[in-house]
Ligand binder design. Structure first.
Ligand SMILES: *[C@@H]1O[C@H](CO)[C@@H](O)[C@H](O)[C@H]1NC(C)=O
Ligand SMILES: *[C@@H]1O[C@H](CO)[C@@H](O)[C@H](O)[C@H]1NC(C)=O
Ligand SMILES: *[C@@H]1O[C@H](CO)[C@@H](O)[C@H](O)[C@H]1NC(C)=O
Ligand SMILES: *[C@@H]1O[C@H](CO)[C@@H](O)[C@H](O)[C@H]1NC(C)=O
Ligand SMILES: *[C@@H]1O[C@H](CO)[C@@H](O)[C@H](O)[C@H]1NC(C)=O
Ligand SMILES: *[C@@H]1O[C@H](CO)[C@@H](O)[C@H](O)[C@H]1NC(C)=O
Length: 820
């Protein structure tokens, strides 16, 4: 990438129609080292670092300016001069905006006077952290860092190595990145250890290693929205004949709240490589593989893959798998559902990869099990690889810093700036008039209604005009109260994150503990989910459903406030955390609670709601381990009674997704039953629904557990911590119940009411013999009366068929109990 820079720049300079980027960074410092004049490059002006001594950015000056006596005519003027550092020297920039910034250093060595810059060896420190250590630039090199910088003075120091050593720089860029350029949520961790949570990305220092326009041409800073350079991918393809370049003439469909042109420019999304499938290879399944050198082994990298499906002619046609370093990184990638069901819409995925010893990052794409055999394909539009830089704080810097603090003057300036800023902010907030309710609701759309008498109520008006008798307006919470209750969205209060945004723990004015779900500020991503959730949650209250305490839609915020669930998601009590294992009885009680909640959604007074995303992270536990179902963001009103179906885009989580729903896009409440079946196995086996690091047949829990269940050997895969603690009858019935939930066709699956009944029966089976033994936990009420005494005769003989006989009787009893 680096050696080609000169060539790119010559192209750039010949360009007649430079693209003017629309993004204007708040902080924008462009410095030309050693020049006496300002220099224009890529439509931007690099300021001379020697102007007006005293007001210059160069603060500790043991340096000299140097001119290249024989500059190459094609090289940009920025590279005709350099600043040479004979002792430690610093640039200081006044940063006005907190958050992610890009910092670029241009090094283009030449020889002049007594200095041959290609022999220079030096270190570069940013904010006191060693960014480049004993660095040498033999050729033109652009080093790009992406890091979080707070408001205040940013110091960049050049420190020559050795006694007579020196350092140099031709140009420096420091500018603020667009909002959400690097986000903490959503990155997948790919590593041997198999963690699945993302790292704390936005607070890491990243160094750009590769930036590739897959299937496309070289893109210069002129073509790019953030003045980046993207190079073609051909040289990295392992087998060129596996891939075929494709391109489109239509600009990508950027969507509000989705990827912006600053994430990657149009040109990246308008070209791709796809699988080269001709008649000879029609039935062959193969991968396209790229191998990117990353320079250093054994360090973490952020791998960002860009996609834009302009090859499909219709939605949900393309499914493919993504591998990084031979690990499954994303299975059955379905861009249609990730891009709100719009084709040619850009999307990117972040992966954090612990690289191996090879110093190579291998990326592969290939057909997935879900690919339509007649439309096998896989695409990739762009790749960025950034190293996670491990920072070392330099000793000399700390010494200097102490002196600096003693001097105090700079700190004083910073404090003053912050104070002024704070004043301005406070003033602004105070002045902002309260928007009238109708204005706040702009952008709300009527809830979609799918027939059935019970919904006609909903169809009468939009949410904002017809809040209904138990109106949502009473649930509105002022933004200021939420700010106060979360210590202004203190990072330390983050308890989770999801597609919607961050979730904070907070306290309301009345001292209620709450969970606060905040949509990415300013973005309207997830607005439909937001509306759905308010509409649905505001009208249902149930002991086993997480209730909505309020919401806020002020200042383009989308915030939902829920009751706080002390013990967090069920999942974290099953595996992957230090929580003590739950007993079998506790697990059954939790399943029963969740089943009640879902059953209520399907049949209760709110009626006909399909959750669509049942999984162990959406079942939360309160301080007494009472299960409550959460996250109705994907819910839709479902069909009533009769078996008509609702066709919407496939949404949900992999590993839990009803295959029938997937194939036929036919949504019924039986899809929730399927997902719940997966949860049941998860509870029994204490492993994730999908674990890409396991062997092929074990990856998918539903498939794997069903194999053992069919063989009648379910007990072989039971959570080891439960071995010997589950009664055979209880286990047998549990296995059968889960199996029925996972039936291929919805019609063959039990209703949630049946499942609930079965679970209570299973608990009964477990308890019946042990009732005289010591109870591990006795804070539940007995539900023996639900089980006909005849069916508890002996443990072994009754396990089949027991569910059907008395279901309806028990069922009606349950309905009256739950239909509050
Ligand atoms: C990128 O910009 C260069 C010059 O600025 C131009 O020649 C080239 O055609 C552009 N490439 C694309 C793909 O637009
Ligand atoms: C360079 O630009 C800066 C900022 O625009 C200006 O203050 C300065 O006078 C310019 N210097 C020269 C040498 O033109
Ligand atoms: C910037 O971040 C610092 C520390 O993280 C914080 O104290 C300050 O209030 C923030 N400033 C703004 C304008 O957000
Ligand atoms: C993220 O990293 C920053 C700095 O390294 C640290 O202060 C913060 O606690 C981290 N946050 C989380 C959630 O790990
Ligand atoms: C593939 O086969 C079809 C008919 O079998 C033929 O019309 C077409 O030209 C072939 N394509 C290639 C690339 O060989
Ligand atoms: C694609 O590559 C992955 C990882 O190396 C491998 O597991 C998979 O079997 C390959 N798929 C095909 C169809 O070759």
């Amino acid at each position: 990438m680096e050696t080609k820079v000169l060539h790119f720049l010559s192209l750039v300079l010949l360009s007649v129609f430079p693209l003017s980027p629309s993004f204007t960074p708040t902080d924008n410092y462009l410095i030309s080292g050693g020049s006496t004049t300002n220099i224009s490059l890529y439509n931007r002006v690099f300021i001379s670092d020697s102007t007006k001594p005293g007001s210059s950015y160069l603060s500790v000056d043991r340096s000299i300016p140097l001119n290249n006596p024989n500059p190459s005519p094609n090289s940009p003027t920025l590279y005709h001069t350099a600043r040479v550092f004979t002792g430690s020297s610093s640039y200081k920039f006044n940063i006005k905006k907190n958050g992610t910034h890009l910092v670029r250093f241009h090094f283009s060595p030449f020889a002049a006077q007594n200095y041959d810059l290609s022999t220079a060896k030096f270190s570069v420190l940013v904010k006191g952290s060693l960014i480049l250590r004993d660095f040498r630039a033999k050729n033109t090199v652009v080093k790009e860092l992406i890091l979080n910088i707070d408001v205040g003075v940013l110091e960049i120091m050049f420190r020559p190595g050795g006694d007579k050593g020196f350092g140099f720089v031709n140009g420096i860029e420091v500018f603020s990145a667009p909002e959400n350029f690097i986000v903490d949520a959503g990155a997948r961790l790919i590593s041997v250890t198999g963690d699945e949570e993302s790292k704390n990305l936005s607070s890491q220092v990243l160094e750009t290693i590769q930036r590739i326009n897959v299937g496309g041409l070289l893109l210069t800073p002129f073509n790019d929205t953030l003045w980046r350079t993207w190079i073609p991918d051909d040289d990295f393809l392992v087998l060129k004949s596996a891939a075929k370049r494709v391109q489109t003439t239509h600009p990508p469909n950027y969507q509000e709240g989705g990827v912006t042109p600053e994430i990657a420019p149009d040109n990246v999304y308008m070209t791709a490589q796809e699988m080269n499938i001709d008649n000879a290879t029609l039935n062959a399944r193969f991968n396209i593989t790229w191998r990117f050198p990353v320079g250093s082994a054994g360090v973490g990298h952020l791998v960002r893959l860009h996609f834009c499906d302009f090859v499909s002619v219709s939605l949900n046609q393309l499914y493919f798998d993504v591998y990084i370093n031979k690990y499954s990184a994303y299975k059955d990638l379905d861009l249609s559902s990730l891009t709100f069901h719009v084709l040619s819409s850009p999307y990117y995925l972040d992966f954090v990869v612990d690289s191996d010893d090879s110093a190579i990052m291998e990326v592969s794409i290939g057909p997935s099990d879900m690919s339509n055999p007649l439309k096998i394909n896989a695409i990739l539009n762009g790749v960025e690889i950034m190293k996670l830089v491990n920072l070392e704080v330099s000793e000399t810097w700390s010494e200097k810093r102490n002196i600096w603090i003693l001097g105090g003057s700079v700190i004083g300036v910073v404090v003053l700036c912050l104070a002024i800023l704070a004043l301005v902010l406070v003033f602004k907030c105070k002045k902002k008039p309260r928007k009238p309710a109708s204005a706040e609701s702009v952008g709300w759309t009527p809830l979609r209604v799918y027939g059935g008498s019970s919904y006609s109520r909903m169809s009468e008006g939009t949410v904002n005009t017809s809040p209904g008798p138990n109106g949502y307006h009473g649930l509105r919470i002022p933004f200021a109260d939420i700010q106060l209750g979360t210590n202004n969205f203190d990072k330390n209060l983050i308890i989770g994150s999801g597609g919607f945004g961050m979730v904070y723990k907070g306290v309301l004015k009345n001292n209620t503990k709450v969970a606060i779900k905040r949509g990415v500020p300013g973005s309207r991503q997830g607005l439909p989910e937001f509306q759905t959730e308010i509409t649905i949650l505001s009208r249902i209250r149930h002991h086993h459903l997480v209730s909505l305490v309020g919401y806020c839609e002020e200042q383009s915020e989308m915030i939902l406030v829920y009751e706080y669930m002390d013990k967090g998601p069920l999942k974290s009590h099953l595996y992957g955390s230090k929580h003590p294992p739950l007993s079998w009885k506790q697990r059954l009680e939790i399943c029963i609670g969740a089943a009640r909640g879902i059953h209520y959604l399907h049949t209760g007074s709110a009626q006909g709601i399909i959750h669509r995303d049942i999984k162990s992270t959406n079942i939360l536990l309160d301080e007494n381990y009472v299960a409550k179902v959460a996250d109705f963001g994907l819910s839709r009103s479902g069909p009533c009674l009769n078996e008509t179906h609702v066709s919407t885009g496939v949404k949900g989580s992999f590993g839990y997704l009803d295959p029938e729903y997937f194939r036929r896009q036919q949504l019924t409440d039986k899809s929730d039953v399927y997902s719940f079946g997966v949860v049941l196995f998860e509870v029994l086996c204490a492993r994730p629904a999908v674990d890409p690091l396991l062997t092929r047949e074990q990856v998918n829990l539903a498939e794997w557990a069903m194999q053992w269940q069919r063989k009648g050997m379910l007990k072989k895969i039971v959570d080891p911590r439960l071995i010997g603690k589950i009664k055979p009858s209880s286990l047998k019935k549990f296995g059968e119940t889960a199996e029925k939930c996972l039936a291929e066709y919805g019609v063959d699956r039990p209703t949630m009411g049946d499942v609930l009944w079965n679970l209570e029966y299973i608990l009964q089976l477990q308890e019946s013999g042990t009732s005289r033994e010591a109870h591990e936990d006795s804070n539940i009420t007995k539900i023996e009366q639900h089980v006909p005494s005849s069916s508890v005769r002996t443990e072994e003989e009754d396990v089949s068929g027991g569910s059907d006989i008395t279901t309806s009787k028990v069922f009606s009893q349950l309905m009256t109990n739950e239909g509050r």
